[in-house]
Design a protein. Sequence first.
Length: 164
Amino acid sequence: MKQLVLAATMAALPLCATAQDDALVEFQSLRPMLAMELAVATMQACQAEGYQVGVSVVDRFGVEQVFIRDRFAGPHTNETAFRKAWTAVSFRTDTLSLAEATAPGTISSGIRQISLALPLGGGVMIEVAGALVGGIGVSGAPGPDIDDRCARAGLSAIEEKLPL
């Protein structure tokens, strides 16, 4: 038994030597001014349809970068928009799809019990060249499908400013 443990330890030593090369990771995030531009473009997309909303943009870790609320958007929109954006980055899927995937009676319905998770349409990941860089959440339109549409319209408005 001791020989097996010693052999396993010796086999792992080369991995430890190279682990320092991989000790740090790099990630990308939206610059604050572009996050603000995204939030404003999203709010304007909803305004064009006649809706007053709140918009939250979070970084890839779910930390809020920007929140903007239209003048007549409900007071709930701050929390709801943030939670939708947080949910999109946390589960790496848009919240409209997650709403269906976590419906009561589904195998993933327990996700709805996580305190910040809000599987309700309006949360969309922000991806650049296949990498997650953040999320956007919209709240206040009369339906989660409209919140989702506004988020995607905001992303379309800034897409030429994102690297391929």
